[in-house]
Structures are given as C-alpha cells and as structure tokens.
Design a protein around this ligand. Structure first.
Ligand code: NAP
Length: 249
C-alpha cells in the first residue's frame, strides 16, 4: 500500500519534468510509490528522488527537449505517463518593464516546452492508443499579477493548448489534463514570493480559505489522480488545487 493506495502505476513508464525538487519531486515520489518506472529532468540539479533516473537538460529550447526524449527512449523505452511540471519566472516591477527576452523565456519555459515535448511523445501514445499527459499550470491566471504577467499569460496559453490537445487525442485513447496549483511551499515558490514581496509588500497577506499554503504532495495527489486509471473518463479538464483561494463562479 502507498499514500496513493494500491500500486496502480505498476508497469507504467513515467516522465516528469522538473522533478529534482518541489512539486515535481513529490510527483516523482508518488509515482515511484505506486509502482511506476520514472525518469525525471532538471536543468542544473544532479540528483533526483531515490529510485528515479535523471536527465539534465534545459527545456527552454528544442535541443534540450530532444535530449529528454532521447533519454526517455533509452531509459524507459517509451512514455505512458507524461507530467510537464517545469515552470516559473522572475517578477518585474511593472508588466511594461518585462523585457522581450523574458517574455520569450517565460513562453519557452511555461508553454512551449510542453508543446515541443508533446509533439515528440504524443505520437507514440497515439500509436499505442494509450497514454496520460498532465500539464502543471498556475492559479496566477485568475488574477494575473502585473509583476508576473509573462508567467500568467504563458500558463493561460498552456491551459488553452491543453484543452485543444485533449480534443485531438481523445479519439486515440490518450488523455490530456491540467492541474492548476495555488500557493505551494516549494523552493521555487518561496523564492518567487520573497522577490514579489520586495516589489509589492503585502501581496501575500490574503489568507488561504483552507488555512495554509499547499504542500507539494497536495498537488502531486491531483496529478497522480489525473494520470491514473481512476481518471479514465477525464480529459480536457483541469483540477484547481489552491486551498480555495481563488473563487471561480
Ligand atoms: N510553488 C508554487 O507556489 C506554485 C504555484 C503555482 C504553480 N506552480 C507551478 O508548479 C510547477 C513546479 O513549481 P515548483 O514551485 O515546484 O518549482 P521549483 O521548486 O522551482 O522546481 C522547479 C523544477 O524545475 C527544474 N527546472 C527549472 N528550470 C528549468 C529549465 N529551464 N529546464 C529544465 N528544468 C528546469 C528545476 O531544476 P533545476 O533548478 O536544477 O533546473 C526543478 O527541478 C511550475 O510549473 C510552477 O509554475 C508553482
């Protein structure tokens, strides 16, 4: 038995981007516990949760994405579960002060990395008529902070893309869903909120209705659900996991 229940990923080959720490590492641990074989990625980290293989590559360009796909073929032989978790951005004082290069970087990291990775891995899933893709977005899309407009806009593009891809792949037995986290206690999340607080003191004062920040495992549980057979009739959906912070009508 595992935290997630039975070993329901036994025999599954999973690729998780950005799994050296934070939400990605929690997803990796959850998948390993549930019996999957896992390859994860990072740009600089040299270690991943015990039991997972690691490929070091930058997802912000086509070359890095191709390296990851090559490693997935070498290490796993194919991918049944693809979790695209990498993301982030540096805040700026004003939206209009975000330089072009950082808009491009935000799009590459938070949106185009998934487009490129899916374009290389979804065809294999389609051929096998089976596969689950989960994109990790951000609740920043609900009330886009000007300081992070490049990030929020890229995540919104990711969500729109995710729904369209789900429609294309559904007839081929491949599911595509999104998880949209609120504030989560991770190294990347904490660092970003510190930088943001310097630019806009008090921005983090609003209480989370459920009384605390999320833990990486709160998000991993949602990712694992959507990637698992329990969600076999779920595609083109998104699961917002934010402690009730964003009220959506
Ligand atoms: N934490 C939050 O509050 C929060 C809220 C909403 C949404 N999210 C989203 O959830 C996801 C995970 O966030 P997190 O807070 O867990 O992030 P994190 O703590 O910053 O971890 C990011 C992971 O991605 C890797 N990575 C970063 N840049 C990369 C690059 N260019 N190429 C390849 N790998 C790269 C990092 O490894 P290296 O540093 O070694 O490259 C690390 O493994 C992101 O998409 C984020 O936008 C987070």
């Amino acid at each position: 038995m595992t935290a997630f229940g039975i070993r329901e990923f036994e025999g599954k080959r999973a690729l998780v981007t950005g799994g050296s720490r934070g939400i990605g590492a929690a997803v990796v641990r959850g998948l390993l516990d549930a019996g999957a074989q896992v390859l994860t990625t990072a740009r600089t980290a040299t270690s991943a949760p015990e039991g997972a293989s690691l490929v070091t590559a930058d997802v912000r360009g086509r070359a890095g994405v191709e390296e990851i796909v090559e490693a997935a073929h070498d290490v796993l032989g194919g991918v049944d579960v693809l979790v695209e978790n990498v993301g982030g951005a540096q805040p700026h004082e004003q939206a209009t002060a975000i330089p072009d290069e950082e808009w491009q970087e935000a799009l590459d990291l938070n949106f185009l990395a998934s487009v490129r990775l899916d374009s290389l891995l979804a065809p294999g899933m389609r051929e096998r008529r089976s596969g689950a893709i989960v994109h990790v977005s951000s609740a920043a899309i609900y009330s886009p902070p000007p300081q992070f407009l490049h990030y929020a806009a890229a995540k919104m593009a990711l969500e729109t893309y995710s729904r369209g891809l789900a429609a294309e792949l559904a007839p081929h037995g491949v599911r595509v869903n999104t998880v949209t986290p609120g504030r989560v206690a991770t190294p990347g999340g904490e660092q970003t909120r510190r930088q943001w607080a310097q630019l806009e003191p008090g921005q983090d004062a609003a209480p989370v209705p459920l009384g605390r920040e999320g833990a990486p495992e709160d998000i991993a549980n949602a990712v694992l659900f959507l990637a698992s057979g329990r969600a076999q009739w779920v595609t083109g959906s998104k699961l917002v996991v934010d402690g009730g912070e964003f009220h959506r009508g």
